[in-house]
Design a protein around this ligand. Structure first.
Ligand code: X2X
Length: 338
């Protein structure tokens, strides 16, 4: 039998986690619902800042029953991997861009038709209205749940390490990275460029090693992912409006009690609306910031791009691929396209 001297007692106490000394009620318990959320953006992007806030609100309002663990910046793999994981239930939440979820749900790319939206008023009216509802319905058929409020990625702009892009003719033969999305490939082929699909996780290195010369993304992404370090000029083309759908694995979502579902969806949708405001505010300052870091900006002539897309049959092709209902909803929001 061990005789407990004062010394051994002290040593034992010192090696024991503090919480267990205080007693049972204080021992940290695992949350009843531990939900994982993966995304492809750096922590400093408004999407991650607002998602973190939503996770804290959800923990508070559910009194600790729900814990959402965020895996930012492609920690769990690229977009294609996270899309499989959210379908299989390995993660509960994912925020694919409309372009990316369109590999599963083709109609989801409808908001990304080239030069369709002219401003944010049109965007949010359509995505908070019938067009967004139509896409969410299609997403739900794949046993995924899409929260009502779409999050903002932004109007996409083109950057290059070569000569500036000013008009459609400058696209000829341009090796440009685009997301893994049929619409992006089709659009840049119609512009006579040489598009290559890469997951976002690979973009910085692909530009740095000159596997591609150009890429296209909204300015806040170019800023937080530091793409200005490996690109020279930026053409303000506004060629696609892109947003993120906040989606959940359908089975995991339906498995949550109704009161928890309400807490989670209220927090996520509110955070989404705030995130739109963050991007709007960022849009006021981001160009000056990128300029100060050496990126050279130029305007483009959008009519040359539109004419080229029209002549190449891009609008006609996608009108057929999306079908009359979705195309009608898009044109209802933005006017005639084809
Ligand atoms: O991959 C991209 O370019 C990004 C970050 O904009 C998307 O998620 C589509």
């Amino acid at each position: 039998m061990t005789v407990l001297t004062r010394r051994t007692v002290l040593r034992t106490l010192a090696a024991t986690p503090a919480l267990s000394l205080i007693g049972m009620p204080h021992i940290a318990r695992a949350a009843e619902f531990e939900l994982k959320y993966g995304n492809n953006l750096p922590l400093s992007h408004p999407l991650n800042i607002r998602a973190q806030e939503a996770a804290e609100r959800i923990a508070r309002e559910s009194k600790g029953r729900v814990e959402i663990k965020i895996f930012p910046n492609n920690q769990l793999g690229g977009d294609t991997d996270m899309l499989s994981q959210v379908r299989a239930g390995g993660i509960t939440f994912f925020t694919p861009s409309a372009l990316v979820i369109a590999t599963l749900v083709p109609v989801a790319a409808i908001n990304a038709v080239g030069f369709a939206f002219s401003d944010y008023d049109q965007v949010w009216k359509a995505m908070d209205g019938k067009l967004g509802a139509h896409v969410r319905e299609a997403i739900s058929k794949l046993n995924l749940f899409a929260f009502e409020k779409m999050w903002d990625n932004g109007f996409r702009q083109m950057t290059t390490s070569g000569k500036p892009i000013e008009a459609a003719k400058d696209m000829a033969g341009l090796k440009i990275r685009v997301p893994v999305s049929p619409l992006s490939i089709s659009m840049f082929k119609a512009l006579d460029a040489a598009p290559a699909s890469l997951q976002f996780s690979e973009v910085y290195t692909a530009l740095q090693t000159k596997v591609v010369d150009a890429q296209e993304n909204p300015l806040p992404i170019i800023q937080v992912a530091k793409l200005f370090e490996v690109q020279k000029s930026c053409a303000l083309s506004n060629h696609i409006w892109d947003g993120f759908w906040f989606i959940a694995n359908g089975r995991a979502w339906r498995g949550l009690p109704a009161d928890i579902q309400k807490i989670v969806s209220d927090a996520i949708n509110d955070a989404g609306v705030k995130q739109r405001g963050d991007i709007k505010a960022l849009n006021e300052t981001v160009q000056a910031d990128l300029q100060s870091k050496g990126l050279v900006f130029n305007k483009t002539n959008p009519e040359t791009f539109r004419a080229k897309l029209r002549d190449a049959g891009f609008y006609k092709e996608w009108q057929e691929r999306f079908g009359p209902e979705a195309w009608g909803l898009l044109e209802g929001a933005v006017g005639k396209l084809a």
